[in-house]
Design a protein around this ligand. Structure first.
Ligand SMILES: [Zn+2]
Length: 477
């Protein structure tokens, strides 16, 4: 978040929120595909083949639905497994079986920390190196994140077959469509339609979505750098694919139905702070807290527009919310004194909760970070508290259960939209990474028992509620 005054970033350490990796249960015999360079000892290559076998089988049934009844043509240019570590260290693809791969011939850069569909010869290429991006993602978030990435790549192969590239659409549109395809396939996997991923629960999908968030674009220097979308754009597409299926993803109206939010920084000051308001300011319990002021501005005006009065909410530090909250709870809205309570430990952990990827440029090895500054992760938590206040004050609705949480998240989406503009009404605006910080918090921080608790919602459902409010505004919550 940024206010018109320049802010200084404050370095703070917090606890890592680590998601356990989920090993694949091989429910079907491992798929043996024809893969050039395959390493029979690589667990990554095993997962890649299993995923591609299941994805291709899904598309054999699904393709006629998006092609007017035509059958799927198999991948013509082959599958390639590459040791990206060797490529990075040698600065060359020598020894890798990619002599006849058209994309590798042009440039070897894409062979490191990547999985890619190559349009030039209709092939799929991936980097299996154990310390490179996708193997690390699988270790931390489970094998299903790898499967989702291959479902994305196969989504490009489907585009090629349908002639989607013929009109030269912007990259973000075709990337978004491939994300939508990944979501559609993920849904099929949860319906037991992926023989090698038969144990995919919604919880595993949530872990994979968290991993997928690491594949977001970094904040672009200018709009020409936008390629795959920020985390919010990407996960929105996956969520919509999950809900609406391939016929939506590959419909004529798909591109025009998307709203993208990725953008460069608005000001050098915001860029210098990484788009983060200092922690001390976010938890400032005085009337000067810009975030508290702005949430009260937004909801006061919203209440007025329907002929009601919103009583401004306060925040206060306390080990537990002072309204008889369970001892494990460190965050919550108390209707009696109209206050959102937070413990400092929880606030610090949430402020430092954004996942990110650190790449060693020498060898391509990747370290996955979990604790990058994220003021809007904490902002999202506060905003959900305000959403509870709205339910209580304006509509006398219950604050219990999934409905309250989903409404609070939906209101947060509506608020985020209001301040994700260049010149917001209160002079307080979102920074480029804020929506990603919010989405990350919805997946990992909001559902903690010490925060709001999951209340029988999945991460995917929480993201969908946020999107609903972002797109539809507060009246749809
Ligand atoms: Zn792509």
């Amino acid at each position: 978040m940024a206010s018109l005054a320049a802010v200084t970033a404050l370095a703070l350490t917090g606890c890592n929120a680590v998601v356990d990796g989920t090993p694949t249960l091989a429910n079907a015999p491992d798929a043996k595909l024809s893969v050039k360079g395959v390493d029979s000892t690589s667990s990554f290559d095993r997962v890649a083949q299993n995923a591609l076998a299941d994805i291709e089988s899904f598309w054999r049934t699904s393709y006629p639905k998006v092609s007017g009844g035509k059958q799927l043509e198999p991948i013509k240019g082959g599958l390639y497994s590459v040791d990206g570590l060797k490529v990075a260290e040698n600065r060359s693809a020598d020894g890798q079986p990619v002599e006849d791969n058209a994309c590798a011939e042009r440039s070897i850069g894409f062979l490191v920390d990547n999985a890619a569909y190559c349009r030039l010869d209709d092939s799929i290429v991936w980097d299996r190196a154990p310390k490179h991006l996708f193997a690390e993602l699988a270790k931390k978030y489970g094998d299903f994140v790898v499967a989702l990435i291959f479902a994305h790549e196969f989504g490009h192969a489907v585009q090629e077959r349908l002639g989607v590239f013929d009109d030269d659409p912007k990259t973000i549109y075709t990337e978004s469509q491939a994300d939508c395809a990944a979501g559609a396939w993920a849904k099929a996997a949860t319906q037991q339609r992926a023989p090698h991923f038969r144990d995919i629960t919604l919880a595993k999908v949530d872990d994979a979505l968290e991993g997928f968030l690491n594949g977001r674009d970094s904040t672009p220097e200018n709009i020409d750098d936008i390629s795959h979308g920020n985390g919010f754009d990407r996960l929105s597409a996956v969520a919509d694919g999950f809900d609406k299926g391939v016929t939506y993803c590959y419909s004529d109206g798909y591109f025009s139905s998307r709203t993208f939010t990725e953008r460069p920084y608005n000001s050098p000051e915001d860029e210098a702070s990484g788009g983060n308001t200092a922690f001390a300011k976010v938890v400032d319990t005085s009337a000067n807290n810009p975030f508290v002021k702005d949430l009260n501005r937004f909801w006061t005006s919203a209440a007025q527009s329907i002929g009601k009065t919103f009583k401004p909410v306060k925040i206060a530090q306390a080990a537990h919310p002072k309204c008889g909250a369970d001892a494990s709870t460190e965050f919550g809205y108390c209707p009696d004194d109209n206050t959102v309570y937070f413990s400092t430990a929880l606030a610090q952990r949430t402020y430092n909760s954004l996942p990110d990827v650190d790449v060693d440029r020498q060898n391509g090895n990747v370290t996955l970070l979990s604790n990058q500054p994220a003021d809007f992760a904490l902002g999202t938590m506060f905003s959900i508290g305000w959403g509870f206040a709205v339910r209580h004050q304006l509509f006398s609705r219950s604050l219990d259960g999934a409905a309250a949480l989903q409404a609070g998240i939906c209101y947060t989406g509506a608020y985020a939209k209001d301040i994700n503009v260049e010149d917001p009404p209160g002079g307080f605006l979102l920074s480029p990474a804020d929506l990603d910080e919010g989405v990350a918090a919805l997946l990992d921080e909001v559902p903690q028992d010490s925060a709001f608790g999951a209340r029988d919602t999945t991460g995917l459902q929480r993201i969908q509620s946020f999107i609903k409010g972002y797109k539809g505004g507060k009246s749809v919550c």
